[in-house]
Design a protein around this ligand. Sequence first.
Ligand SMILES: [Ca+2]
Length: 333
Amino acid sequence: MADSTYTVTIPAGAVENLVGNGNAETVWSFTVDNTAPIIESVTITPEIAPRGGDVIIRVNAQDATGISEGWVSIYSPEGQKISDMILTETAGSLSCVWGVPMSSTLGTWKVGSITLIDTLGNQGEYTRDDTFQVGDGEVEPPSRFTVVLLSPMGGERWSGIKTIKWDTTGDSLPVDLFYSHDGGSTWTQIAEGLENTSEYAWDTSVVPEVGNEFVIRVQVTDGINTEYDESGLFSIVFIEAKKAIAGPTVARTSTTFYYDFEEDGYLYIYNSAGRLIYKTRVYAVDGYYQWDLTNLNGAMLGNGIYTYRLITDGGEMSKTGILKIERSSGLGN
Ligand SMILES: [Ca+2]
């Protein structure tokens, strides 16, 4: 008989004296299984595996009574049997994972034979030619390094030459530095491929922008993995010996006075005739004061040339600076 499950049905009343169960129908099932499991398909992924990677071999097979065990034999490109891998059953299919040894020959490997045994002990060994490649690609290693930016942290007001500091762990790798003047929306490279010396003297006077939304990024890469860290927002204002500077110098709605003093003081603004038209308290800790182009009474000032000076409580004075109010038409007065 062929492998299958058979059903014998004895019609009602046919053999009532023999089986002694009255006049009812009798049904009897049995299974015949004299053959080994049959392989339907073999799937190997990936098609190309790197040394040190994993190859997953899935065997789809059928058997009338079920498969109890099996293994696949893996052959090198030289035709040598390297490994017998036991198949395990998960979610109705048989599979195994073979870790490609680092010493493996590159080229075409194959599953040269598969052995399957059913639950009744019927064993079949099938010669196969299911191949996969061992290639020279590398397995992406986990990142073995980190980088932390130590200075600036955020909140600083920088001008002139300042030191960017960072710390790394792991492999010593080249460092790239970037800055953003707009809170991280756009980035400009400061230095590329620095030796990992943990600090860099940066001349902020070459930065064309000023403002309080600067960010520094320090980045380390080994060509595969990239790690970086960023500062909080900090300011760059190049004040030099003037001690106070306004920007923009052609103001339409406001301008900001940046200053660099140890003590608190007052900001004075004069019109072109030399008459004081605005005065306000400024604090050393702030470092800047934003002015809305109004006079002491809160009235909008007209277009024209204005001068300003900052004097601290201790009598230290900035140089006198010049700015221009030039409101767009419609806003002017
Ligand atoms: Ca069988």
